[in-house]
Design a binder for this molecule. Structure first.
Ligand code: GTP
Ligand code: SPV
Ligand code: MN
Length: 581
């Protein structure tokens, strides 16, 4: 029920196709959330966790075949295949629509069709964008309730503005053979069938806020990125905002809410977002960012009191857990959580070591951002926050130093485009294989990477107050396969160097691959990293880098003539510097 004729017509048309028993317009109220929770508890979609220790917390067990994103079943459907690029699976829009129409036909018989108007970003921000997700999953609705600003205020904005992204989702029969995530960027439309999990089903997240939004951002001159946003406040009260792109399950949530170590008394870290960032150049020439989301859909395993106390503090009430294990007294459990023991694994079987991890490696928690103890009071600011530094990073056991700074915006774009990382359980495929993941956007860029890099490069002409660009690697390993850098809260030491570089307070070592900290400029008091380890973390192995730069050359060349000449020129500049080293 809306005054928006196009929206109403689309709802009617989808109901006609999918044949639900009932159409329900979500208003986003607390009462509605309670009713849906009760329904999920009644039909087994939710299992009640221990309400004494975890009030308002529920466990959802997904179908065992439906536990992660499915990149091989995710398509960008542009009229011209080259516009989707080698980085995406492509299908012709007419073919995709015909295929999806047959899947959706009658798929909601016996079910309720929920209509979720939502707003990505603060409801009053000019940077925010709205969408409507139609779904037959109550689990999706309660997740969208936490992850987005959904319901009446969003519908009012849609009616006022006229524009919205159309997202149609059905869990279908959860059959992996009948599962597709389709994007039509030219029509601002998404169709998802056959999965109820995370990025496949919560369409505001990766489908809208990254794949469709990146396409819009390119035409409108802004950036939609797979980045956390964090504020670093010095003891003097000065706050620098940093946006960082790490691939899925590579440390964004952890960095976004880290607690500085003892040696950093007086420093504060403020959380604005842990996964997605929309940025544009403001009137003052600086890059301003908002987090389009309102909640976290975070990786559970590894979330421990020692490594991420802020996350644990927000997870003891009003949270949804998906595919974690359960203790005998019905508390949530996952690998890395000490003090409790699993009794039932993520499939609901009695826990046995031989069956593998108790919690699925991609098990997740859903929680409202405002529950985070380090939640920033700027997170709701309509204008966003000004970004001082952009940080790229991946999971690289070898070669890539702990931190380096680019020499220019173009060099920074090359650093981002050259990113590589070991694959993780966030996608359904093999884990632990190094692959190129430019800007951590390989699974999420809604158009040809060659055009995306050109878009990034174009910002150099738009302002002389752009953020500095850095690259980090928390994941270097020694010969015994142990991490060489302590990571987590200790990453503050690297962030301090980043901020000091932005302020021009500290010199650096010029190397062929970029600017590195001078010995002694990373504060190490309070941790024990042997000098030889530190030297290895900041070493530039010229021969190995020559091979890496050659490999990057081949990768960029796979994008053909569409790849920006400036990027290749920048790569050749680095190659020549290595030759002369
Ligand atoms: P998505 O939500 O999938 O986009 O991922 P994310 O980037 O937010 O990932 P998250 O922060 O949840 O990272 C999860 C994994 O990274 C866990 O296995 C953590 O233990 C590991 N991790 C995070 N930070 C560090 C670090 O500084 N050092 C090391 N060694 N591991 C880390
Ligand atoms: C990721 O895989 O990068 C995630 C989880 O943040 S999902 O929402 O499933 O995409
Ligand atoms: Mn992510």
């Amino acid at each position: 029920m809306t005054t928006h004729q196009e929206l109403q017509a689309w709802i009617d048309q989808v109901a006609e196709l999918t044949q639900p028993d009932e159409v329900y317009w979500c208003n986003g109220s607390a009462e509605e959330y309670r009713e849906l929770t009760d329904k999920l508890l009644a039909d087994g979609g939710f299992i009640e966790l221990n309400q004494d220790t975890h009030p308002g917390c529920y466990l959802h067990r997904s179908d065992p075949s439906d536990v992660a994103r499915v990149e091989h079943l995710t398509f960008v459907c542009t009229s011209n295949a080259d516009d989707a690029g080698p980085n995406n699976n492509w299908m012709a829009p007419a073919e995709a629509r015909a295929k999806m129409k047959e899947l959706f036909r009658g798929c909601m018989k016996g079910r309720t069709m929920y209509v979720i108007p939502y707003c990505m970003g603060p409801i009053d921000s000019p940077l925010s964008r709205c969408g409507v997700e139609i779904t037959d999953s109550a689990y999706v609705v309660v997740n969208m309730n936490m992850m987005t600003r959904m319901g009446d205020p969003a519908l009012r904005r849609i009616e006022r503005e006229g524009k919205f992204i159309k997202g149609l989702h059905s869990i279908g029969e959860l059959d992996p053979e009948r599962r597709f995530i389709m994007h039509y960027p030219e029509d601002l439309e998404i169709q998802s069938f056959g999965s109820g999990y995370g990025g496949n089903a919560l369409l505001g997240k990766k489908c809208h806020a990254l794949r469709i939004a990146s396409h819009q951002a390119r035409t409108e001159g802004w950036l939609a990125e797979h980045m956390l946003v964090v504020g670093l406040e010095s003891p003097e009260g000065e706050v620098h905002y940093v946006a960082a792109a790490f691939p899925s399950a590579c440390g964004k949530t952890n960095l976004a809410m880290m607690i500085p170590p003892q040696a950093y008394q007086g420093w504060k870290v403020w959380t604005l977002g842990d996964d997605i960032c929309w940025m544009r150049i403001g009137d003052d020439g600086r890059m301003w960012a908002i987090n389009p989301e309102a909640g976290f859909f975070g990786v559970a395993p590894g979330t421990a009191r020692k490594t991420n106390p802020n996350a644990l503090a927000m997870l003891d009430h009003d949270a949804i857990f998906t595919n974690v294990a359960m203790t005998a007294d019905r508390q949530p459990w996952w690998e890395g959580l000490d003090g409790r023991e699993p009794a039932e694994d993520w499939k609901g079987e009695p826990y046995e070591v031989v069956n593998g991890p108790a919690a699925h490696p991609n098990s997740r928690f859903t929680v409202r951002m405002s529950q985070c103890p380090s939640y920033s009071d700027k997170a709701e600011a309509a204008e966003g926050v000004p970004i001082s530094a952009i940080i790229f990073g991946g999971r690289r056991a070898r070669l890539v130093p702990l931190v380096m700074e680019s020499e220019s915006w173009a060099h920074g774009v090359l650093m981002g485009a050259s990113m590589a990382s070991e694959t993780t359980a966030a996608n359904i495929d093999t884990v632990g294989v190094v692959r190129r993941d430019p800007m951590a956007m390989k699974p999420f860029c809604g158009y040809n990477f060659a055009d995306y890099w050109a878009h990034w490069l174009s910002f150099a002409d738009a302002s002389d107050k752009l953020p500095k660009i850095f690259h980090v690697n928390w994941f270097r390993k020694d010969d015994k396969h142990h991490f060489m850098w302590p990571g987590f809260g200790e990453n503050m030491r690297v962030l301090e160097w980043v901020v000091r570089r932005c302020k021009g307070e500290v010199a650096c070592a010029e190397t062929p691959i970029g600017r590195l900290p001078l010995p002694g400029d990373l504060r190490l008091e309070g941790i024990h990293v042997p000098p030889a380890t530190m030297a290895a973390l900041l070493d530039v192995d010229v021969e190995a880098w020559k091979a890496e730069i050659a490999d990057i050359g081949e990768y960029l060349a796979s994008y053909g003539a569409r790849r920006p000449a400036v990027l290749e020129a920048e790569r050749q500049r680095v190659a020549e510097a290595l030759d002369q080293a």
